[in-house]
Design a binder for this molecule. Structure first.
Ligand code: TMP
Length: 218
């Protein structure tokens, strides 16, 4: 069985930079690494991502949004995450089930039980071993996310960035509550710290978790 690490946080917290840095470090250490993301990570889920993040889809109902995230996740877990873990690799995933709790339950106000049921349906027995939460003030995060979107030449994936600040504050609080409830699974780092400092804290924790195995292949 492999090792499953998820990265979470609000828009613009810096998780995509950090997950890439960790992937490079683990690969350099000889690990078999699968770097993936949600929503998306495989062809069918990427199509669903397009619908979910399209800023033209402002009329999407929270229930439809939740079901689309669950559908994308079921496909991604079955096609990418589970096979990679079964082969003994390290899987790094940019967002996973905690995002659905923070965004659709805390953010949108959908019932936690419904969200948990759909997460369980989509994941089967796949659960993160470690979740890195990059905590960040939504004012700073949204400013960074807007700069990134403006600089990108691809589709404007900004349906969530257009939400009010209060929405992102609820999402942040949702994440912090999850981390407080499962301190062993979560590593919470400060997203306003310098990138290298955050990366060092994450690497230390991952090295400790992967333990003997990690050092053996170094
Ligand atoms: P990204 O910007 O990190 O690629 O994430 C895409 C957006 O999707 C982000 O605004 C958070 C949102 N999201 C949810 O609302 N629920 C989920 O379950 C996931 C995985 C992402």
């Amino acid at each position: 069985m492999g090792y499953f690490i998820t990265f979470e946080g609000i828009e613009g917290c810096g998780k995509t930079t950090q997950i890439r840095m960790l992937a490079e470090r683990l690969k350099a250490a000889g690990r078999r690494v699968t770097l993936t993301r949600e929503p998306g990570g495989c062809a069918i889920a990427d199509k669903i991502r397009g619908i979910l993040l399209d800023a033209d889809n402002q009329a999407m109902l929270p229930q439809a949004e939740l079901l689309l995230y669950a559908a994308a996740r079921a496909q991604h877990v079955g096609e990418v995450v589970k096979p990679a873990l079964d082969e003994g690799g390290v899987v790094l995933c940019d967002r996973f089930t905690d995002a659905t709790i923070a965004y659709q339950s805390n953010g949108r106000g959908l019932g936690r039980e419904t969200v948990d049921t759909l997460n369980n349906l989509a994941c089967g027995d796949v659960r993160p071993d470690l979740t890195v939460l990059i905590d960040c003030d939504p004012v700073l995060g949204l400013e960074r996310a807007r700069r990134r979107i403006d600089a990108s030449s691809g589709p404007r994936e900004e349906r969530f960035e257009l939400e009010a600040l209060a929405f992102h504050q609820r999402v942040r609080e949702g994440y912090l509550a999850l981390a407080a409830g499962e301190p062993h699974r979560f590593l919470t780092v400060n997203g306003s710290d310098p990138v290298e400092l955050v990366a060092a804290a994450i690497t230390r924790q991952v090295e400790a978790r992967l333990g003997e195995q990690y050092h053996a292949v170094r």
